[in-house]
Every structure is written in structure tokens, then in C-alpha cells.
Write a protein that binds this ligand. Sequence first.
Ligand SMILES: C[S@@+](CC[C@H](N)C(=O)[O-])C[C@H]1O[C@@H](n2cnc3c(N)ncnc32)[C@H](O)[C@@H]1O
Length: 197
Amino acid sequence: MTGPAGAPRGDRVAEAMRAVPRTGFLREHERRRAAEDQPLPIGRGQTSSQPSTVARMLRELDPPRGARVLDVGSGSGWTTALLAHLVGEDGVVVGVELEPELAVWGGANVEATGQPWATVELARPGVLGVPDGGPYDRILVSAEAQELPAALVAQLAVGGRMVIPVRGEMLTVDRRGPAPDDVAVRRHGAYRFVPLR
Ligand SMILES: C[S@@+](CC[C@H](N)C(=O)[O-])C[C@H]1O[C@@H](n2cnc3c(N)ncnc32)[C@H](O)[C@@H]1O
């Protein structure tokens, strides 16, 4: 039996996707398309990522309850709200978004889910992520980098994990020790994303 995006029932990510439906994070005229396994426009040239890709990334990230999570490129706020559901009220989710209009709209969408342990911030000029809020147990990045950003590895706790698309490939990055290059990287094949700017 399958749930949203073909996910097996009983897994935490499928449950989160049922509890926090994509519909509440789409523009009104796109809502009838919420069930399509496609990226959908959210304005400012950005997209709500394909649900099966979101599910894959969240499964790979595997945020435990109570974790402190950074969501880079929070856009509509959907991933931020899904992460909030996964970590529960003892956790913290910091969404960060570069486009001011999306940061406001996405933040309101997250607020409407009644999970006050998740918030959205506007990215500060020239600053990647939210260094002041770190270190994070998990970092999700929904925009494609050209190389693994050292600034985000630096915000990852030792033992923490980041899922990020780099040059068209999805990577899982586990930080093993305090040295910035002490990471283990696994690759999961080709994915397309809007660019990380
Ligand atoms: C695929 S879209 C949105 C996906 C989002 N997680 C969602 O659920 O709707 C990626 C977002 O990353 C944002 N972005 C790109 N570079 C960024 C950066 N350096 N810091 C924060 N957000 C960034 C874009 O403006 C865009 O809204």
C-alpha cells in the first residue's frame, strides 16, 4: 500500500506528508495540482519541489525527534513545516529564504500549521544559512550548489547530516569530526533544482 508520492505506509515521512499537505503551500491557482508529482511555481521564478524528491530528501536526512534543523531555501515553507512535524515540539526548525516576498509568504504558511518551533527568516546579504542559530543536527538544502558550501558544513554539528544537491547530484554529507573537511559524502544520482545563489 502506498501513500503520498508512492511512499510506503508506516514511514515517518509519509505520515508527515499526510499531516502537512502540500496544498497549504501553493498559490491558490496551483492548488488543484497539489497531488501532481511535479515541481510547481510558487512565484519569484521559484518552485515547490517535486513531492517524491522532497520525500527522498527527508528520508535521507532522517531528522530525529528533538533535532535542531536548518532548512535552506524554505520557499513556500512546505519543507520547513514537514521538518517541524518530523522533529516535534522539542525540536527547532529554522527556515531561511533569499526572496523577501517568499520569506514572508512561506513564514505565514508555516505559522498556519500551528508549529511555533519552526520559523522562517530572510537570508542576510552575503550570509549562507543562519550561522547564529547553529550548530544544527540536520541541514536540508533545496537549491543547487556548484560545490559543497564550506559555510554550511561549518554550521553542521559533529555527527550531523546535510542533504544537498551539488552540480546536479543529490549528496548526503555526514560530518564526522571537528575538522571542516572531516565529512563522509554519499551520492544519490541526478536531480534538478533551482540554483543556490
Ligand atoms: C526549490 S525552491 C523552494 C523549495 C522549498 N523548500 C519549498 O518547500 O517550497 C528553493 C528556494 O531556495 C531559495 N534560495 C536560493 N538561494 C538561497 C540562499 N542562498 N539562501 C536562502 N534561500 C535560497 C530560492 O529563492 C527558492 O525559494
